[in-house]
Design a protein around this ligand. Structure first.
Ligand code: AMP
Length: 210
């Protein structure tokens, strides 16, 4: 089963996709995570994309498509995958169609005001990447990951300037994908303002019908 997670930054794509990964037994492929790993490891790709990502802009289509194409060629995607944060432009979506077939697009809907609150309170584990929110999903011990004890950090692009840039880019570049996939009868909308576990349950139930 090949799934795409669509939705504005802060809609909870990463949180929901990472829980669905365990339920469905499919790899969760987040282009944002792949880029952040490249930056952390100071690879050539990481050096190219560091500033772009910090400012909240989009990495060029060609680089991003190549990265995804290579990742989808790995054996663990044989039974399917969950794509999170890709495609983000029509060009990327058209390129994706040339090397794979999508079964459904999970569109997480949320109001923009909620997104800003979610992103500015978001914290991630430096070690395992687990996500938290200082108000809605706080760790048991301040600044410490419940899962692995790692230190929590704030993403460099979760500042108000980058957040508004990312939202503007979402509206201009990514939102048109809703029409693109609606025309192909692939879109399924979910209310993502609900608690994360409820959204996961709703999406998991839907995937049973696929
Ligand atoms: P995310 O973790 O999905 O919020 O992605 C973090 C950042 O990585 C984005 O703000 C972009 O700068 C970059 N990025 C992730 N996915 C893509 C994509 N499909 N196309 C271009 N840039 C991307």
């Amino acid at each position: 089963m090949n799934l795409i997670f669509l939705g504005p930054p802060g809609a909870g794509k990463g949180t929901v996709a990472s829980k669905l990964k365990d339920i469905l037994g499919l790899p969760h492929i987040s282009t944002g995570d792949l880029f952040r790993a490249a930056i952390k490891n100071e690879t050539d790709l990481g050096k190219k994309v560091k500033l772009i990502i910090e400012k909240g802009e989009l990495v060029p289509d060609q680089l991003t498509v190549e990265l995804v194409k290579e990742r989808l060629s790995k054996d663990d995607t044989a039974k399917g995958y969950i794509l999170d944060g890709f495609p983000r432009t029509i060009t990327q979506a058209e390129a994706l169609e040339t090397f794979t077939k999508i079964d459904s697009v999970i569109n997480l809907e949320i109001e923009k005001e909620k997104v800003i609150k979610r992103l500015s309170g978001r914290r991630l584990c430096k070690e395992c990447g687990e996500g938290y929110h200082i108000e809605y999903m706080p760790p048991k011990k301040t600044n410490t990951c419940d899962k692995c004890g790692g230190e929590l950090y704030t993403r460099k692009d979760d500042n108000i300037e980058s957040i508004s840039n990312r939202l503007e880019i979402y509206t201009k570049e990514t939102q048109p994908l809703i029409n693109f996939y609606t025309e192909k009868n692939l879109i399924k909308n979910f209310d993502s303002s609900l608690a994360a576990d409820k959204v996961v349950e709703n999406v998991a139930n839907f995937t049973k019908s696929l």
